[in-house]
Design a protein around this ligand. Sequence first.
Ligand code: GLN
Length: 196
Amino acid sequence: MTKVGVLALQGDVREHAAAAVALGANVTLVRRPQELESVDALILPGGESTTIDKLLRAFGLRDLLMERIDAGLPVLGSCAGMILLARDLVDGIAGQQTLEAIPMTVRRNAFGRQVDSSEVALTWLPDGSPMHATFIRAPWVEAYDPEVEVLATAGDPESGVHAVAVQYGRCVATAFHPEISDELRVHQRLLELVPA
Ligand code: GLN
């Protein structure tokens, strides 16, 4: 059975764990290096990217995680998790670090403040199907290298259209929260990236 880790330092860990279990995965909560070593895929939950960044370093997980991603570990990051996967940030706080896993620039809090959370009807570009997405103080992808695949976009006449779901190698990132809207296609994509 595929062993999916959920980084459990801060954020909506339980919802991601439930999505992975619904897809038949075995879930491990990851707080220690040994737990990170043992998983076949990892989910970086939504929450607060500045806090998760600090805790990753405090728990001695950041370097190991960067090594595992380099070696091909499939990773899904939602919202704060997307921020953590970005190579570059706009509106990060002083000293904020990322895992530099996807060659993209992500703008934090791009879609507005917490109270501006929204529900948006998107198109899931891999198969053209509709997808209902929940954005909570969400980032967007401001720029990305040509090798990055765009899985969904969102926008309005004011802000323009931005990538809000992307994939690069075995890393998938969404600005929205598939784990809280009964949406399993994004987690399914992560599981499909686990080598047989
Ligand atoms: N604004 C948060 C951050 O910068 C992300 C919000 C979320 O994960 N829902 O980390």
